[in-house]
Design a protein around this ligand. Structure first.
Ligand SMILES: *Cc1c(COP(=O)(O)O)cnc(C)c1O
Length: 472
């Protein structure tokens, strides 16, 4: 393909292909059914020396690649947390690729920098976040949390570790709950604290951090000569969407002068609903906060919204100024290369802008509200049935449950039958659910949050779950 007119013809075909895909998406098995190596073995060992036609490439795409696709955009996808796309998001992503912006500094793409500034303000307003916060888009929640930990580290040591590196008597500590996402442990390792200095605080019966236990651990560490640097709280843990007591944790952090980072990667989108904002009470006490529009806000992966109370702290942590990046506009504009790990930055604000404008805030709210209602309906069905039970409070759109026939009481046997149930559900290709363990109990997770999920899909899934359970 060499000319705009050749591109035009192929792009029109691609638009049709994508529209057909969305029309027929429910005909594909939700979870890819291929075996390890099955795709790899069909791919030539060496790249082609000469040009291949788009029709040859697309034919192989359909034959080789499609069977290895797990259909995250299928409304019968109830696994993990969603990575939602939507029509406006796909269109924006086409433009993003066409423009090929590299938004490392304002000058390399003024529109990318300024649109990012504005859409982050929109998100703040949409979710009722504290007005004095400033936002920046990161690739993932993992990168946002790493940025938080590095900033906390520098603030606590007066920017000494950036200059000198860790010194042998450094005894810095990080705190989170036993239910916190694994990205926290990863960030603790990368930021140089050492995994042993991540203190995991026990949770209550609803899987929320116990603030009294947190304060006890902080005091104990202080007495032993440690410097508490950062506490990570969650609004919606990955296992069960548990919500830590944000206000109490924030007050403890304030009292002991500790950075408070809040991870709301999935559930943060629910704050568009005023009736869900009680979960975020006390959030103004946080120093940093992350949620992922690429999970529940219909903006395709990747797009993570990171907010900080004090952008100067963030910039001082990451700032670097080689001669070749010096500009006249420095200081008047946001040069986002200093706001995170990577220098190069994609134009991620564009898809968020398309999504927010094309849906409109009301429609985003309606969809989120519907997902939460569908989860409530599914949970009610489980509660009414004699053979299933709920295993964690249903606060957003995740239902944690298991098959629990009256006749079976052995914990190991229950774990085994639920594992088998999950396997059979996913092998059917009709739905895709994943699991976690809560207090050692094998737990099925039903996440009802896909962009196009409707009541019919949830009803069908519940019928299938009961049918397969009966056959076990
Ligand atoms: C999904 C998730 C993450 C990780 O998100 P990435 O954007 O993939 O890094 C972190 N924390 C929680 C609570 C999550 O649910």
């Amino acid at each position: 393909m060499k000319t705009p007119s050749e591109f035009r013809a192929e792009a029109h075909k691609m638009a049709d292909f994508i529209a057909d895909y969305f029309e027929q998406i429910e005909n594909y098995p939700v979870k890819s059914q291929v075996k390890p190596g099955e795709i790899l073995n069909q791919l030539p060992l060496l790249p082609p020396g000469s040009s291949e036609s788009m029709s040859a490439i697309m034919a192989d795409f359909e034959k080789i690649i499609m069977p290895g696709i797990t259909h995250w955009q299928n409304p019968n996808f109830f696994a993990f947390f969603p990575a939602n796309s939507s029509y406006p998001s796909v269109l924006a992503e086409m433009l993003t690729a066409a423009l090929g912006q590299q938004g490392m500094i304002w000058e390399t793409s003024p529109a990318a920098a300024e649109l990012e500034e504005r859409v982050m303000e929109w998100l703040k307003e949409m979710c009722g976040l504290p007005e004095n916060w400033t936002g920046v888009i990161q690739d993932t929640a993992s990168a946002s949390t790493l940025a938080a930990l590095l900033t906390a580290r520098e603030k606590a040591t007066n920017f000494r570790i950036n200059d000198d590196g860790f010194q042998s008597p450094d005894k810095l500590r990080i705190y989170c709950s036993t239910e916190t996402h694994s990205s926290i442990e990863k960030a603790v390792k990368i930021a140089g604290f050492g995994r042993r200095n991540l203190v995991k605080i026990i949770v209550d019966k609803d899987f929320a951090l116990i603030p009294e236990e947190l304060e006890k651990a902080i005091l104990k560490d202080k007495n032993a000569g440690y410097l508490p640097v950062c506490v990570i709280g969650s609004i919606g843990t990955t296992g069960s969407t548990a919500v830590d007591p944000i206000k109490e944790i924030g007050e403890i952090c304030q009292k002991h002068n500790i950075w408070f980072h809040v991870d709301a990667a999935f559930s943060g989108t629910a704050l568009v609903l005023p009736e869900m904002r009680h979960f975020a009470a006390g959030l103004e006490l946080a120093d940093s906060y992350v949620f992922n529009p690429h999970k529940w806000m219909f903006t395709n992966f990747d797009c993570s919204a990171y907010f900080v109370r004090d952008p100067e702290m963030l910039i001082r942590t990451f700032e670097i100024l080689p001669e070749y990046l010096k500009t006249k506009t420095r200081g008047q504009v946001n040069d986002y290369r200093d706001w995170g790990v990577a220098l190069g930055r994609r134009f991620r604000a564009l898809k968020l802008w398309f999504v927010i404008r094309n849906f409109g805030v009301e429609e985003i709210k309606n969809k989120i509200r519907k997902h939460i209602e569908l989860a409530r309906w599914f949970a009610d069905e489980i509660e009414k049935s004699t053979d299933f039970e709920i295993l964690a409070p249903v606060q957003f759109s995740l239902v944690c449950f298991r098959l629990k026939p009256l006749s079976v009481n052995d914990p190991e046997q229950l774990n085994t039958i639920n594992e088998l149930l999950l396997h059979k559900l996913n092998a059917s290709g009709l739905v895709y659910l994943t699991h976690t363990k809560l207090n050692g109990i094998y737990t099925l997770r039903m996440v009802i949050a896909q962009t196009h999920v409707e009541f019919t899909h949830v009803k069908k899934a519940w019928k299938l779950i009961r049918e397969i359970a009966r056959e076990l």
